[in-house]
Design a protein around this ligand. Structure first.
Ligand SMILES: Cc1cc2nc3c(=O)[nH]c(=O)nc-3n(C[C@H](O)[C@H](O)[C@H](O)COP(=O)(O)OP(=O)(O)OC[C@H]3O[C@@H](n4cnc5c(N)ncnc54)[C@H](O)[C@@H]3O)c2cc1C
Length: 256
């Protein structure tokens, strides 16, 4: 028997034409200094959508109010009816606090699937650029690449031991460049720009996915276009914006 679903989540899901469900926390474990894994149970297949999708989770903003935070799905286990989230926890915010305190058996309102950036199946190669917050969705998307594809990851880490690896089919060509943040600010693009500059882009037609901090992702898009990548080959999603909490809809502010 599932816990009652918050009426506002049902209304939101109806408006978005997606699902609303009260999920149960099936497990939680710290993967690395900056990443927490939370496994949720309930309607996993329909909530988790396709690789690249995320879910909205209703968390406590403070003692009196709640807010929604969006987390990409790392993996789905249809037979166990569970899906996994990888959540960055090195900052302070309602989402990070929820991820650090969730206990097995807790219930949480989830709305999903959300997101408009699936894998570009026509691409010869897939370049994923981001930070620890995007590592989970990058791995899920890369698992969906048809053989004999190519995945390149350029990911900035808050701590060297955040370099979590994944196992892929041997027919997938994988290049992973982990960039140490070296205590630079999260809106400083130096590290990822350096990682990108050091990489020779393959000659055929690829697609780039930029998921991460608002300013850094914008600067990377300009750098990619300077190197001849067309804008239709780039999918950008700001996950957060440094110095500003995401809104109650889970989105970072887009104001300049
Ligand atoms: C479509 C989408 C998918 C996302 N998927 C994931 C995911 O799979 N995993 C994940 O960890 N995050 C993901 N995010 C980002 C996550 O929703 C935001 O980081 C969220 O704001 C965190 O909420 P919070 O309540 O912890 O912090 P907030 O209240 O939003 O922010 C508090 C402060 O912390 C800073 N901050 C927020 N997030 C980070 C961060 N990651 N690193 C450093 N500083 C930060 C903010 O700039 C602000 O100053 C996604 C966002 C979107 C829009």
């Amino acid at each position: 028997m599932s816990a009652p679903q918050h009426q506002s989540s049902i209304d939101l899901a109806t408006r978005l034409k997606v699902n609303a469900r009260s999920c149960t926390v099936a497990a939680r474990r710290q993967l690395s200094p900056s990443l927490m894994e939370v496994v949720l149970r309930g309607d996993a297949t329909s909530l988790a959508g396709v690789p690249g999708n995320d879910v909205m989770v209703l968390v406590n903003a403070n003692d009196e109010s709640s807010t929604r935070r969006r987390y990409s799905v790392r993996a789905v286990d249809d037979s166990a009816d569970t899906f996994t989230l990888w959540i960055a926890i090195a900052h302070d915010g309602p989402g990070a606090r929820w991820a650090k305190s969730a206990s097995e058996g807790d219930t949480v309102d989830v709305v999903g699937p959300r997101g408009k950036i699936p894998l570009d199946e026509s691409a010869d190669w897939h370049l994923f650029i981001g930070d620890v917050a995007s590592l989970g969705t990058f791995y899920r998307m890369a698992h969906a690449i048809d053989a004999p594809g190519r995945a390149i990851f350029i990911v900035e880490l808050d701590d060297p031991s955040d370099a979590l690896t994944a196992t892929f089919d041997e027919s997938l060509g994988v290049t992973a460049i982990f960039v140490d943040r070296n205590a630079r600010a999260h809106d400083d693009s130096t590290g990822l720009m350096g990682g990108l500059a050091a990489f020779t882009l393959p000659p055929d037609e690829g697609h780039t996915y930029l998921f991460g901090e608002f300013h850094v992702m914008r600067e990377l898009k300009v750098a990619l276009m300077d190197r001849g990548i067309r804008s239709e080959q780039i999918s950008l999603k700001a996950f957060y914006r440094i110095g500003q909490a995401n809104g109650a809809n889970g989105e970072p502010s887009k104001d300049i």
